[in-house]
Design a protein around this ligand. Structure first.
Ligand SMILES: Nc1ncnc2c1ncn2[C@@H]1O[C@H](COP(=O)(O)OP(=O)(O)OP(=O)(O)O)[C@@H](O)[C@H]1O
Length: 247
């Protein structure tokens, strides 16, 4: 569904994304992990034209994203980032409905349906974003991203600002939504454990390149190479220390 063909993006001398070719199948849940600065966000943001490659081509359903107006493209691609990005002066309902309104589509009962989808009470529709908890705000941001029913969902550290309990619960809801709506989802995260527990395919980035492309089971089995296993050391070490506490 999504294809990158020899895509690069430089900032001065830095190759943020260095000649990457990859494809993402429809319905996949792909995590992009890697150290800070490895190019994850740049790669993601080239898919919805928030960044432009210096060379190479990004296509969705066979069509180059550069041939489509950004606002049209973004109707087909939901995008959620770390700082939820809700409009502070608009109610929850107005935030969720904004995509539909911009397209001139009827809102109908969509706000309520979207709140149901992310398991928030419909009664919060009239609240302002600053009257919500961080986890609730992030779920509203996901509801907003999905309100226009885009088939693709891009999440850039979308859970990164949440406390661990909320993060775990929102991650679980996301996987359920991904399956229920048949989405194609890409999740950028620093957290290898989160990648392993949500995605079915994990891409590991290092210095602008993809250095591993593996399933969670393969990574747990020790595959994927040195950089991937370096990232695996964190959850593995934590699991060992927790197991040692129980002894
Ligand atoms: N607008 C920009 N101007 C200059 N350099 C940039 C810009 N955006 C990204 N970079 C550089 O490109 C490289 C990749 O950045 P990117 O944000 O894609 O990495 P990342 O893996 O998402 O990092 P993080 O996990 O810290 O968000 C970094 O060296 C970064 O400093």
């Amino acid at each position: 569904m999504i294809a990158l063909d020899r895509v690069s993006r430089h900032y001065g001398a830095v190759a943020a994304v260095d000649n990457i070719s990859m494809t993402v199948a429809r319905g996949a849940f792909v995590a992009l992990v890697g150290a800070s600065g490895s190019g994850k966000s740049t790669l993601l943001r080239m898919m919805n034209r928030l960044e432009t490659p210096d060379s190479g081509r990004v296509t969705i359903d066979g069509r180059a994203v550069s041939d489509e107006a950004p606002h049209r493209l973004r109707r087909r691609i939901g995008y959620v980032f770390q700082q939820h990005g809700l409009f502070p002066h608009m109610s929850v309902a107005a935030n969720i409905a904004i995509g539909l309104r911009l397209e001139g589509r009827p809102v109908g009962d969509r706000v309520g349906e979207m709140l149901d989808l992310v398991e928030l009470p419909r009664a919060i529709a009239g609240r302002m974003p600053d009257a919500l908890s961080g986890g609730q705000r992030q779920r509203v941001a996901i509801a907003r991203a999905l309100a226009t029913e885009p088939p693709i969902l891009l999440l850039d550290e979308a859970l990164g600002a949440l406390d661990p309990v909320t993060r775990d619960s929102v991650a679980g809801r996301l996987v359920a939504l991904h399956q229920r709506l048949g989405l194609t989802t890409l999740l950028v995260t620093h957290d290898m454990a989160e990648a392993l527990l949500t995605a079915t395919r994990v891409l590991v980035m290092d210095k602008g390149r993809i250095v591993a492309d593996a399933t969670p089971a393969q990574l747990v089995a020790g595959e994927g190479g040195e950089v991937a296993q370096g990232l695996m050391a964190v959850p593995r070490h934590q699991a060992e220390r927790l197991a040692a506490l129980a002894r």
